[in-house]
Ligand binder design. Sequence first.
Ligand SMILES: NC(=O)c1ccc[n+]([C@@H]2O[C@H](COP(=O)([O-])OP(=O)(O)OC[C@H]3O[C@@H](n4cnc5c(N)ncnc54)[C@H](O)[C@@H]3O)[C@@H](O)[C@H]2O)c1
Length: 416
Amino acid sequence: MGVSSKKTISVIGLGYVGLTTAVGFGLKGYKIIGVDLDKEVIAKINRGLSPIYEEGMEEALQDVEVTATLDYGEVLGSDISFLCVHTPANSDGSVNLDYLRGAVLQLVDTLQAKEGPHLMVIRSTVVPGTTEGVLLPLIKDRPNLQICVNPEFLREGKALNDFMNPSRIIIGENNAQAGDWLYEMYQSFNCPILRTDLKTAEMIKYASNAFLATRISFINELGNICKKLGIDIYRVAEGMGHDERIGKSYLAAGIGFGGSCLSKDLEALMAQSRSLGYEPGILREVHRLNQEQPRRLIELLKKHLSPKGKTVGILGLAFKPGTDDVRESRAIPVVEALLQEEARIKAYDPKAIPHFKRLFPRIEYATLEEVLKSDAIIILTEWPEFERVDYKGKVVIDGRRLSKAKEASVYEGICW
Ligand SMILES: NC(=O)c1ccc[n+]([C@@H]2O[C@H](COP(=O)([O-])OP(=O)(O)OC[C@H]3O[C@@H](n4cnc5c(N)ncnc54)[C@H](O)[C@@H]3O)[C@@H](O)[C@H]2O)c1
């Protein structure tokens, strides 16, 4: 087995992780066949347009050889397939494997026409034991097919940069030859490469996300206490961060974490842990705190204004700046709470309005200028353009610590 730097690879699922993987390996000199079930996604990519908003993605698409298709048959032109389909949560928090199992089954079926070796690389996030217990049995009668686990750690908003400059690459393998194959592909990346068994690789992804979530809920809890004491949590975090055992990252107190990964992965790990008879106390509290934090923002607003019948302007709908992704965005519980309070909502986001509109078609979406005329303004995403706004004379409740917003005539920060 072996892959030269000009070979064709395939990527299954062309969302945030799949498109990044496709374009990233494209920039490394591979030809890419991308497969997705969504016609619109395919059409856009083939026109050189990015179906997601990510810094540098559309420009990079011009520089790579990526052909998107609905047809799994095209995969036969490659020897290695990266599976990047979504693994959403079931209602009990466990991972819904329907899409991933569907993709593997379709690959197995397609690859019947192939005699030579083919490697499937699981980039989708799945709880420890899934590849061994659920996916490997699907290829058990097919000695030419191999599976590795290769979790993705990218941050949306910086996805391509993170792919090209990873902090580490994890290769989970049950067969050294398959691991060697993937290892060879990653040789040109300048970072540690850790080779483990399949379920350790899966757990490294969950442990990393659970740890990041824990840091955020930890600093938010400390922030909630500091606010009562009149202490600036950002100064506290700065003082903590100089300690190299602690570090500075993920200590920005605020309204909590959103996005497609941290909450979902935390819940999946908790569900798995409970299914094994272990109650994950720390993880449970991390999650509970994160659910409560947006409600605190509404309580702060009510200190200054009764929301019923008032116009509340929302700045920021994306779960973080640099993306149009609204999955688990903290704007969702805030809007729900404001609707319950019978407030009139006007919302603005530079990129995420189309996605948010699908969740809340009836609230009003407006320009930044219009939103600033509201009776009160709530800041939910730290887009750089919100730092250039004139907040003087306004009532501002800030979930993200924008320094300019402090000029408001009434200013409340969530943890400060
Ligand atoms: N988004 C992130 O920041 C991130 C980071 C690391 C890991 N992950 C994990 O990566 C996986 C993908 O996440 P995402 O955010 O890219 O998802 P996404 O929803 O953006 O994209 C998934 C894509 O897969 C396609 N798809 C679904 N079933 C398919 C099938 N059978 N065949 C072909 N295509 C199919 C969908 O149409 C969609 O375009 C998830 O497991 C997620 O937990 C995500």
